[in-house]
Design a protein around this ligand. Sequence first.
Ligand SMILES: [Zn+2]
Ligand SMILES: [Zn+2]
Length: 185
Amino acid sequence: MLGTTAVLAADLASGAVHWAEDAYARSDTPVIGKLIANANIEHHVRPRAFVTRGWLESSWDLLLVGAVILGAAACFDLLSWPVWLFVACAVNANQIHKWSHQNAQENGRIVTFLQTRKVLQTQRHHANHHRGMKDTHYCSITNVLNPVLDEFGFWRGLERLIEKTIGMRRRPDPTVPMKGQPVPA
Ligand SMILES: [Zn+2]
Ligand SMILES: [Zn+2]
């Protein structure tokens, strides 16, 4: 039970980061624009472009955050196996996302086995994020949370709350055409 909770907490964290980047990181924001917004927009235009990147190139930022979480947990004497499991899953969220853009031959037997057993997010499930407005299926580790969060309009609700409280609106996704306009190249 604790293990499942740790994995789902990491899945939720992956979704929260992805949602925040897709919804609020803008191309013209200093530093963040180049580092995050452009990379996300590129991923929506060319979903497989990032699969050639190595683990460290895709995961160095998550590795840093994971180290901070482990350090903080150690300081407060909270280091336990569920915390390690949470960090291990969260640090690998981008790698798992990459696997959901690759086929079985590219992923090898172990990853493919975990995907067919639905321990890891499947290609078919993640493809839902790349359809339409690209505003659903933000979590990238398992298939479990996305249907629940999307069914209840969780991310949309957060966006409404943010707009009401601090007036910040979700940015339009430049890869999604406005009515009557073609998708930009
Ligand atoms: Zn996205
Ligand atoms: Zn993707």
